[in-house]
Every structure is written in structure tokens, then in C-alpha cells.
Design a protein. Structure first.
Length: 321
């Protein structure tokens, strides 16, 4: 028996040595970060903030690969099918992992089995805003305007969290407002600023500059408490629409099967980057709160939010045609 035990011990030691060598050698080639939205939105900003500093610290090229469309399905599928070697990262939002399972009969990826969580990055509320030409100065007046126009008022949304916020708002108020989908928050906001679609639900982060620049007027935020960045803007509950508490998030993942030592190395470095003062200030200035943590914490958030959003989506009657 001793020779067999000795062989097993040597084999295990060899495997551990190989894993250690793989970790030490990583990264040795360019890293790609897939973002499931066009350039310019909040998810893209987070991806690029990490990519630039990751390249600096690890001395390898780190590029952002924008794969917009399909409510993040296109980018998620590309990430799920990538080689599990640690050289592809995916920047996901809550809808990718916690909402899509309740909206689609079939997905081109498994929200749990296809990915390995690395870290949550940020969270932020969404905001209900209007073009300055819209006469409504508050939510009550917007609801009156929607009733007056009899289904002719429309709102833009560039991602599922914004659509969920919009449809939950409609279900809670009975407002007859048409949803107009876009491939990302940036093009949705462009059309609202241009007056094409006068109302928008958007993540607070990318909307902040346009609110501060008076290109759109914020009426309410979707979180349970007011945003410190917009202390004068009420929550939906304060504006007369109780029961809505929606905070969207962005996080980093790898394809499933990446060596745990590499995932740990990615977690350590990305968390370090997100906690840098200049990064925190950059993202805070866009309405985002850094909430970096462990892979296990991120996995638990995904699990909890899947249950929560399933309930919300069912209650609001949201469907994807």
C-alpha cells in the first residue's frame, strides 16, 4: 500500500505545482473584457476604468470588446463560449444573470453554470427623467400628462433594469406609457436629449452628466433612499409611487472552468483597482457606488436577486417578445 500512497502523494503535489506555475505565469498574453453594451454607457465606463489600470499593473494589453444587443444576450453568449483560461472577462449587469432567466424561455448561456463570479463592482439606483420641454415638473404631473395623452407618451430604456423599472412604474400607477427599447443607455439618452422620446428610465450613473447639464430633468430615483448625488430629487415612494426599490449593479465574471487561483488573482487585482481613490471618485461622480467584494459574495447576490426579480417581473407582467 505504501508505494500506491506515495504515488498518489507525488501526483497530488505535481498537480498543485502545475497549478501554482500556471498562476505565476498568468497573465502572459492580452486580456479581453467583453462589455455587452455600446461604448459610452455606465457598464462600458466601468470596464474601461478597470481595463486601463489592469494593463498598467500587469504589463499586458487589456482591451474592451463591445458586444451590444439582445438585452446583453450577445455579449453573454460570447463570454460563455470563450476559452476558460482567464484571458476573457465579462462585465455583466443584473439583468444578464438575475432577470433574463425570468424573461426568456431559453437562453444561449446558463446564468449560473456558464460563469465564474470574480467580483461585484458597483451598484446604483435608476432615475426617471424627462426632456426639458416636458411640462411635468414632478411624477404626479407626469402621470397626469400620460393620462391626457392617452397612450401617446413614450419612455426610452437601454437595458432590462431600466425596462423593469419602467414597467414596474406602469404597473404600480396604471400609467399608459409606451416602452421604446434601445441597444444601450447611451443611444436611449441621445434620443431623449433630442426630444425624440421625451421620457427615460436610465441608470443614474450615465445619466448624471446630462442631469447636471440640464439636458434632462430628473423626477425621481428608484432606490429606497435619495441619492447623495441628487439630494433634491425624491424617491418614487416620496413622489407617491410606493413599493419600488430597484438598484442595478455591474460585476466582473470569467467563463466557467477558469482555475480558481486565477479567479482569486483577478479578484485581488480588480478589487484593488476599484478601491483606488481616483477610480472611486470617477465612478462616484457618475452616480455609482463601489461595492467590490469576494466571488462568494457576488454569487450570493446573483442568487438572491434572481429570486427578487422573478417576483417583480411576474407581478409587473413583463414579457420579451
Amino acid at each position: 500500500m505504501k508505494p500506491i500512497r506515495t504515488l498518489l502523494t507525488v501526483a497530488c503535489a505535481t498537480l498543485l505545482s502545475v497549478a501554482a506555475l500556471a498562476q505565476d505565469a498568468y497573465p502572459s498574453k492580452p486580456i479581453r473584457i467583453i462589455v455587452p453594451f455600446p461604448p459610452g454607457g455606465g457598464t462600458d465606463t466601468v470596464g474601461r476604468a478597470v481595463a486601463a489600470r489592469l494593463s498598467e499593473s500587469w504589463k499586458v494589453p487589456v482591451t474592451v470588446d463591445n458586444r451590444p444587443g439582445g438585452n446583453t444576450l450577445i455579449g453573454a453568449e460570447a463570454a460563455a463560449k470563450a476559452a476558460p483560461d482567464g484571458y476573457t472577462l465579462f462585465v455583466a449587469i443584473d439583468s444578464t444573470l438575475a432577470m433574463n432567466p425570468s424573461l426568456y424561455a431559453k437562453l444561449p448561456y446558463d446564468p449560473v453554470a456558464s460563469f465564474a463570479p470574480v467580483t461585484m463592482a458597483i451598484n446604483m439606483p435608476m432615475v426617471l427623467a424627462v426632456h426639458p420641454s416636458v411640462k411635468a415638473q414632478n411624477v404626479k404631473e407626469l402621470l397626469a400628462l400620460a393620462k391626457e395623452r392617452g397612450g401617446q407618451l413614450a419612455y426610452a430604456h437601454g437595458a432590462l433594469p431600466a425596462q423593469v423599472a419602467g414597467e414596474t412604474f406602469k404597473a404600480s400607477t396604471g400609467a399608459d406609457i409606451l416602452a421604446v427599447p434601445y441597444k444601450g443607455g447611451a443611444p436611449a439618452m441621445t434620443d431623449t436629449i433630442g426630444g425624440t422620446v421625451p421620457v427615460i428610465f436610465d441608470a443614474l450613473g450615465p445619466a448624471m452628466a446630462h442631469i447636471k447639464g440640464n439636458k434632462v430633468r430628473a423626477l425621481a430615483v428608484t432606490s429606497a433612499t435619495r441619492s447623495p448625488l441628487l439630494p433634491e430629487v425624491p424617491t418614487l415612494a416620496e413622489a407617491g409611487v410606493p413599493g419600488i426599490d430597484l438598484v442595478t449593479w455591474i460585476g466582473f465574471l470569467t467563463p466557467a472552468g477558469v482555475d480558481k487561483a486565477i479567479v482569486a488573482k483577478l479578484n485581488h487585482e480588480i478589487v484593488r483597482i476599484l478601491q483606488l481613490r481616483e477610480v472611486r471618485e470617477q465612478l462616484s461622480g457618475m452616480g455609482m457606488t463601489v461595492v467590490a467584494g469576494t466571488p462568494e459574495q457576488f454569487a450570493q447576490t446573483i442568487k438572491d436577486d434572481t429570486v427578487k426579480f422573478s417576483r417583480i417581473i411576474k407581478s409587473a407582467g413583463i414579457r420579451i417578445d
